[in-house]
Design a protein around this ligand. Sequence first.
Ligand code: ZN
Ligand code: ZN
Length: 409
Amino acid sequence: MPVLLVVVDGLSDRPVDGKTPLSVANKPNFDRLAEMGINGIMDTIAPGIRPGSDTSHLALLGYDPYRYYSGRGPIEAAGVGIEVKPGDIAFRINFATVEGEGKIFDKVVVDRRAGRIENTEELIEAIRNKVRLPVEFLIEKGTGHRAAIVFRGENLSEKVSDTDPKAVGKKVKKCTALSEEEGAKRLAEIVNEFMQKAHEVLDEHPLNKERADKGLPKANALLLRGAGKMPHVPSFEERFGLKLCVITATALIKGVGKIVGADVVTPEGATGNKNTDLEAKFRAAKNALKSHDVILLHIKATDELGHDGDFDGKRKFIEKLDERISTLFDLNFSETCLIVTADHSTPVKVKDHTADPVPVIIVHEDVRRDEVESFSEFEAYKGGLCRIRGMDLLNIAFDLLNIAKKFGA
Ligand code: ZN
Ligand code: ZN
């Protein structure tokens, strides 16, 4: 009795001349699902709260983000493959280019992305081998110039500042304690030691000498930001007794999956942008239905197109997705519960996430079908689900599948 939760990132919009990319798209299959199911709108976190993709995905999986979210650091670190443990302090990293004389904190950032360097594997390996600190650290490459790091030790506090000045022409910032806690002072010292040692290793590295010879900016500094302490997060299986699979190509969503103990799958050809292989993703989702109880299929491109303010591109991608979603009509809806929704709105007008509620369809044989016949922001609110919260979504599905625990006698 599985649940397939299709999350179309940033799908919904605010109207532009009364229309949205979703409302004007030619999407017969989404409309058919709306007709087959019960519809509604959803505040993924709460009314008026603008969700990040990480906090909203936690909520959609039944985890209160106010309790389990502790910044982007731990989620990014988990997303790039670090086994983050409770108490670990994680940061996001940029490879950057610094110039000047003296120590790292005397130098000026001239490129925050080190020429958008891609091949950082060797540099990271050198840091692992040569930098020694009073605590253990784990560092992994992310996409492009990005990476993540975890500091592991007793009583460290995440209440420390970034070393990323977030602008070129500025000096690298010293990490400072933002609270009186001993652990914050200690971590700040460790981070500063790491900054200097990593800089020495990187600046001397043959790959950087090669880059300098070719006239490319050296990737000779690491800028850290977004410190967060990994909280204790009970796994999805511990909480619900169900096996979760998350299918995504996006590091942040991989990270959410990892910290709740999901099996994370990135099918070949899945890219997280509009050229992604949707067929491969839906195939992976249908496969996962055989081995898992809850499958979250994440589709990213709609959010990117929303951030780009690309109304027509977003409409076209929704149409492409509509063709692929037809592959779900052969599911057995007396067994499977299908949910189609978004993690937040990314209106092309705003080019960022807003708190406007998202549309939801739940398809299952036992739902009370309503009169909604089309999938859009304007139709969804007429449906029988009315207005729900993200945290309620899986509970509703579990109840439909008769696997929810009774509250009371
Ligand atoms: Zn999102
Ligand atoms: Zn976004």
